[in-house]
Design a protein around this ligand. Structure first.
Ligand code: AMP
Length: 397
């Protein structure tokens, strides 16, 4: 089966053509500068090509992707009919989606209804869906939501302690994000251990970071909230802060709430604290060269991640497994070691040699650690492709 996985942003569109059974990716690429001019980067086998292609809308971007996929020289399929289904990443499914869904009118309406909750991403995701419907009307489409995995949280985890009316009238609550990644890691861990009944915390640490408390494969709590700004500090996002900070800054600098949130989303986190970069490689280089701001940013990050792990270990009444994934989680032995150092009180013990690994699935805890610690490379695209396969196959029956 060939599933085209689409991740549409406001001016970009990432794609992968993959086999959900094997995870093999036959081609992947990126359309950029949509609605500005348009550039396609396409990779297949060990080749990479770049083309300037006018993309006034997402429709032209999708058309360009389909054209390159069937191109006699650069393509990997002979006809668009060889694409069996399309899986779309969608940011916010609100309370309407606790699972992925086949795209139909009702699904589109529900995604539209979630626009107030995901004002930047959901409209772009919808553009990707509509563009595919226009150029491949007979190919089934599936929407896979970043929030869906978290819908098993109990009310004590997802409700904010504010007047109930805001929940009842406005759907204000914790939703959580990176759900596709957390779900993938939970499933992979269950495969590795050969069982489902265990408790784990997954640390998805990348440019955006979130942690997830998972029991028997289901989410019990997660660190992001109504929006992806909440939780641990990230590349450019502040993570949790006292809301009075917003009030203070807005009053003192005559800033609007929107501008202040832009600052918290784009200029804070590792970038804001270090004044150097949002990239952990730059921060580690800076810290090693004696830059104390870089060192503090890294220390703050590891401290906050460890605090969340401790909190979730309490929420789950103990954990069996701790997993690290995404750019920093997979490639940052120093970060993993610093986080686990805080968790020695609960019996977490890394094997320093095993921890010295990057980008590969690995058990990195010592044999006498009371919690197994793993590095598991995430694969959100594969999860999207597999959900797409499962729903499309079920619809055929
Ligand atoms: P992601 O958002 O999952 O793609 O993660 C991106 C982040 O991973 C980058 O900003 C880097 O800070 C981090 N990263 C990637 N490779 C490495 C590495 N080799 N060592 C430390 N951090 C890394």
């Amino acid at each position: 089966m060939n599933v085209l996985v689409i991740n549409a942003g406001s001016s970009s569109l990432k794609y992968q053509l993959m086999d959900p059974e094997t995870g093999a990716v036959s081609a992947k690429g990126l359309c950029e500068r949509i609605a500005i001019d348009g550039r396609l980067t396409h990779k297949f086998a060990d080749k990479k090509i770049e083309r300037e292609i006018p993309m006034p809308t997402h429709s032209e971007a999708i058309s360009a992707v389909l054209e390159i996929l069937v191109d006699p020289e650069y393509g990997v399929i002979h006809s668009v009919d060889e694409i069996d289904a399309v899986g779309h990443r969608v940011l916010h499914g609100g309370m309407k989606f606790s699972d992925s869904c086949i795209v139909d009118d009702a699904c589109i309406e529900a995604i539209e209804a979630c626009i107030p909750l995901g004002p930047l991403h959901n409209p772009a995701n919808l553009m990707g869906i509509r563009a595919c419907q226009a150029v491949m009307p007979n190919t089934p489409q599936v929407a896979v939501f970043d929030t869906a995995f978290h819908m098993t949280m109990p009310p004590k985890a997802y409700r904010y302690a504010i007047p109930t009316a805001y929940y009842e009238n406005d759907d204000i609550r914790r939703y959580g994000f990176h759900g596709t990644s957390h779900k993938y890691i939970a499933r992979r861990m269950a495969e590795i251990l050969g069982k489902k009944d265990f408790k784990m915390v997954n640390c998805h640490l990348g440019n955006g970071s979130s942690l997830c408390a998972i029991e028997n494969g289901a989410c019990r709590d997660t660190s992001m909230g109504l929006s992806p700004l909440a939780g641990v500090p990230m590349g450019t996002r502040s993570g949790d802060i006292d809301p009075c900070v917003v009030q203070f800054i807005c009053n003192k600098y005559g800033m609007s709430v929107d501008d202040c949130l832009t600052m918290l989303n784009k200029k804070s986190g590792m970038l804001g604290m270090s004044g150097v970069s949002s990239d952990f490689r730059d921060l580690e280089a800076g810290a090693n060269a004696g830059n104390t701001d870089c060192r503090l940013a890294l220390d703050k990050f590891c401290y906050e991640v460890a605090k969340y792990v401790g909190a979730y270990a309490a929420a789950l009444n103990g954990i069996d497994v701790l997993t690290f994934t995404a750019g920093v989680g997979e490639n940052g032995p120093t970060t993993r070691a610093a986080v686990c150092e805080y968790l020695g009180f609960m019996g977490v013990k890394l094997d320093p040699e095993k921890n010295n690994t990057r980008g590969k699935e690995a058990l990195i805890s010592a044999p006498d650690s009371s919690v197994q610690v793993w590095v598991i490379p995430t694969n959100e695209e594969l999860m999207i492709a597999q959900d797409t396969r499962d729903l499309v196959n079920a619809a055929k029956k």
